[in-house]
Design a protein around this ligand. Structure first.
Ligand code: 13P
Length: 229
């Protein structure tokens, strides 16, 4: 999406902490990263901590008035009710803006199917939460009304072996052709401060989803600054 009156597109930089960080570590990260993020329209920086850290992270972001959004790494496919162990979107909406859904680690380790991803996306959309759908390629289905997608090839995750910016941009373009121009497509898989610019400078890539390199506050600040150069 172009910014008003200019050709500036949104840039999403999303930190997926996966199953890492205590509350104290999370708050330390927010206290370092929060003040370092430039405030500008179109720069959308999101932290996705574990469920146990979410309320504390949200409080720290709000008190510091930092230009950071908070997200979750998963959601219940159901609403509130008798669903032991699940975290429904309805109870999270005061804390989060976005939900990562269908990550390959959930599909591999927890048997998540396209059908479950679609139900989770429905819950997100019904509770003012932006669904971020993770796909392997342009064949992975994107549920209806979802406008934010992350292309994350499994072989590039945590390997230090990212896809090429050209190939990632090609997949992003195919997804936009399939689902329409307002779809925004992020790239994820071994993104670092060294290579981030090569991805976000591609016309069809609207940001990055970062795992390992998001855990270190200094490295994450470099990633954000790398996009701004
Ligand atoms: P890495 O950045 O550690 O490769 O992880 C990518 C990822 O899975 C983000 O969701």
């Amino acid at each position: 999406m172009a910014g008003s009156g200019s050709n500036m597109k949104n840039i999403w930089i999303i930190a997926n902490w996966k199953s890492n960080k205590t509350i104290a570590e999370a708050l330390d990260w927010v206290s370092k990263v929060g003040p370092a993020i430039p405030k500008r329209d179109g720069l959308k920086v999101v932290i996705c901590p574990t469920f146990s850290c979410i309320s504390e992270v949200k409080k720290a972001v709000t008190v510091g008035n930092f230009p950071l959004m908070v997200g979750v790494q998963d959601l219940s496919p159901f609403g509130v009710g008798a669903y032991t162990g699940e975290e429904p979107a309805k109870l999270l909406e005061d804390y989060v803006n976005l939900a990562i859904l269908g990550h390959s680690e959930r599909r591999q380790n927890f048997g998540e199917t396209d059908e479950m991803v679609a139900k989770k996306a429905e819950q997100a959309l019904a509770n003012s939460t932006i669904p971020l759908i993770c796909v392997q390629n342009e064949e992975t289905p994107v549920p209806e009304d979802c406008k934010l997608v992350a292309y994350e090839p499994v072989w590039a995750i945590g390997t230090g072996n990212p896809d090429t910016p050209q190939n990632a941009a090609d997949v992003a373009k195919k997804l936009k052709q399939k689902y329409g121009g307002e779809l925004q497509v992020l790239y994820g898989g071994s993104v670092t401060s060294q290579n981030v610019k090569s991805f976000v400078s591609q016309e069809n890539i609207d940001g990055v989803l970062v795992g390992n390199a998001s855990l270190d506050a200094e490295e994450f600040i470099k990633i954000v600054k790398g996009c701004e150069e």
